[in-house]
Write a protein that binds this ligand. Structure first.
Ligand code: NAI
Ligand code: PYR
Ligand code: MG
Length: 628
């Protein structure tokens, strides 16, 4: 029997817990109460399941954070350990586990524990989406390199072994004729964003077949973390038409179709059927094409872009990010923006990403020069394109039609001391470019000789964009760039590297030039404007917004892209710019209560507010059970 007069003995763990609650601003003597308010965004959600079904549902699961009353209401009592945790405690426990792996190795991209961290994060993603995104958003700088490049590349390479719970949908060549019904197997009635790949060119790692689903999952993680797209409304998709990767075809553990890729009309028929199916079920969905080999990337983009709400991230997202960086490089030289069309740019790589960058950059230069045919022709002469066979000229046989507009005139090139197929070193030596940009997927392509040649650049501050992913495919490292070309160089890479200590208190800044700064905002802006299609103007507005995000002071220090820690803010700004352009081009049909007429009434600031208020944040809503 307890005696009311005897002193209460508190265990040390209880004292610790009460102190913790005081620190967190809670009354230590009141039963556990979470700090969620029932605001507009956090109304109770009616659920039609109980018990284990709730715990196994990552959209509703709160794990140890279910309160006692909620446990009773949802038949959870006894199914969880008795200690009710706050979200903060949950995160703390999770982080301790995650950090334990970091004690030995903390060197980012080469982190030997990266895969183990991905596994832990992935398990959290499976059991509690809210907590997963809370962890990711709060620690985006640290964990974007795990859920995205570079580790996502390693994940895709090992996906058959890593696969546990399915995530996303798989449409295969065997599903022809079935897709229109299959699409209804997905549980969500609303899907806002699909990222689809056919696995044919995953980062710079080549054909990874069905294992490429990892890249769609990683990109959608950024859609949720950066753009605040509701995770219940994203759908990663793999279109499995086979693989031409012989190793995978022989691997007994491979999860995909073990046959060579479909090609030609058969291939197109599969992708056509997929597009028709998803747009029939979700007419307002946006489809991002990701990591399709160049051969199909351009064709599919042309085929669908005027009919469906879609874009190709590698062609169009990368182009915008490159333009923002190139404009930043001009500012970093202390020159006015109008000097951009005078920049001499050598591009290594003429695939989907390289050609996307070349086309968009040329158009941007031409606009600055008067936007006429003469301006367009003149802008074209600012580029020297080198692919696996060397410098591309009009003499090249079997030239890919996409690269044709950038083939140099032979006479002109001879005058520059160059020829068809000249090596990258020769081109850099002769052209003395302002910018050297790599989208070749060849690690180390910017060798010592190439970088030494760049020392002869006529620019006061040459720029190097080693944009290939993942880390091992980067054309050079920032250490190589700063040590060989000079402390003054502007450097960007596709995957993250650490800044370089140049001595004497000076830092060589390593920018991350990655389409992650644009695709979330392009998707969110398209969604909230209800734009019918994604126009060049909307993409251009996104690029200009990113370019303008950096201050003169930052740019002069060589910082041409924002830090990933501000990705949610930059995404908001990009989305607002995309919406504004969609309204101006009369493409915006509105979204939910915000119809096209209401949209047109919004000021610039109100558009930003609309974006901000529409972004999902990871907070637990109150759950209430009701029978279906
Ligand atoms: N940082 C970013 O945001 C992005 C980076 N990328 C990266 O760009 C790379 C290329 O992607 P895609 O264009 O789709 O690939 P792709 O395979 O279509 O094109 C690669 C191009 O590089 C050329 N190439 C190969 N060896 C070369 C050499 N020794 N010298 C010069 N050029 C050479 C090929 O001839 C081809 O034109 C990948 O590593 C990818 O991860 C792609 C999209 C966005
Ligand atoms: C970043 C990206 O989209 C790529 O490397 O393919
Ligand atoms: Mg990509």
């Amino acid at each position: 029997m307890s005696n009311f007069n005897s002193p209460i003995r508190l265990s040390s763990s209880l004292i610790k817990h009460l102190k913790y609650r005081v620190r967190m601003g809670c009354n230590p003597l009141l039963p556990h109460s979470r700090s969620f308010t029932t605001t507009e965004g956090h109304r109770p959600i009616i659920v039609h399941k109980r018990s284990l079904d709730i715990l196994h549902d990552p959209w509703f699961n709160k794990g140890t954070s279910f309160s006692f009353t909620e446990r009773d209401r949802l038949d959870l009592r006894g199914l969880l350990p008795p200690n009710v945790m706050s979200t903060e405690q949950q995160i703390e426990r999770f982080m301790v586990d995650l950090k334990r792996l970091e004690e030995q190795a903390r060197d980012g991209p080469s982190d030997p524990n990266a895969l183990a961290k991905w596994r832990i994060l992935n398990r959290l993603h499976d059991r509690n989406e809210t907590m997963y995104y809370k962890v990711l958003i709060a620690n985006i700088e640290e964990y974007a390199p795990i859920v995205y490049t570079p580790t996502v590349g390693l994940v895709c390479q090992n996906y058959s072994g890593l696969f546990r719970r399915p995530r996303g949908m798989y449409f295969s060549a065997e599903d022809r004729g079935e897709m229109m019904s299959m699409v209804y197997n997905w549980p969500a009635d609303q899907v806002d964003m699909i990222v689809v790949t056919d696995g044919s060119r995953i980062l710079g790692l080549g054909d990874l077949g069905v294992q490429g689903i990892g890249i769609a999952i990683g990109k959608l993680d950024l859609y949720v973390a950066a753009a605040g797209i509701n995770p219940q409304r994203v759908l990663p998709v793999m279109i499995d038409v086979g693989s031409n990767n012989e190793k995978l075809l022989k691997d007994p553990l491979y999860l995909g179709l073990q046959r060579h890729r479909l090609d030609g009309d058969e291939y197109l028929a599969v992708v056509d059927e997929f597009m028709e199916a998803v747009f029939t079920r979700w007419p307002h969905v946006i489809v991002q094409f990701e990591d399709f080999q160049s051969k199909w990337a351009f064709k599919l983009l042309q085929r669908y872009r005027n009919t469906y709400r879609m874009f190709n991230d590698d062609v169009q997202g990368t182009a915008g990010v490159a333009i923002a960086g190139l404009l930043g490089a001009v500012r970093a030289q202390g020159r006015p923006m109008i000097d951009f069309p005078k920049q001499k740019i050598v591009v290594a790589g003429a695939g989907s990403a390289g050609i996307g960058v070349l086309n968009a950059t040329r158009k941007t230069m031409a606009r600055m020069l008067g936007n006429n045919e003469h301006a367009f022709q003149s802008a074209g002469r600012q580029f020297w394109v080198v692919d696996a066979k060397g410098l591309i000229t009009e003499e090249r046989e079997d030239l890919d039609p996409e690269a044709c507009p950038f083939a140099r005139n032979v006479k002109e090139i001879h005058r520059q001391g160059l020829r068809e197929g000249a090596s990258l070193v020769e081109v850099v030596q002769q052209v003395k470019p302002d910018v050297l940009l790599g989208l070749s997927a060849v690690g180390g392509l910017f060798s010592k000789e190439v970088l030494e040649a760049l020392r002869g650049s006529t620019s006061t501050r040459p720029a190097i964009f080693a944009m290939s992913n993942p880390t091992t495919n980067a054309e050079c490292t920032p250490e190589e760039a700063f040590s060989i070309v000079g402390d003054n160089v502007v450097f960007a890479s596709g995957s993250p590297f650490k800044d370089v200590d140049l001595g004497n208190g000076h830092i060589g800044h390593c920018n991350q030039g990655n389409n992650m700064y644009l695709f979330p905002g392009i998707g969110l802006g398209t969604l909230l404007s209800g734009a019918r299609i994604i126009s060049d103007g909307m993409l251009q507005a996104a690029a200009e917004c990113l370019a303008a995000y950096m201050t003169d002071e930052e740019v002069l220090k060589g910082v041409i892209y924002p830090s990933i820690s501000s990705i949610r803010d930059i995404t908001k700004q990009v989305a607002a710019a995309v919406i504004k352009e969609a309204i101006e081009e009369d493409l915006a049909e509105g979204y939910r209560e915000m119809d096209s007429r209401e949209l047109r009434k919004l000021s610039q600031e109100e558009i930003k507010e609309y974006v901000q208020n529409s972004m999902w944040s990871p907070e637990y809503p109150t759950l209430v059970f009701r029978k279906e």
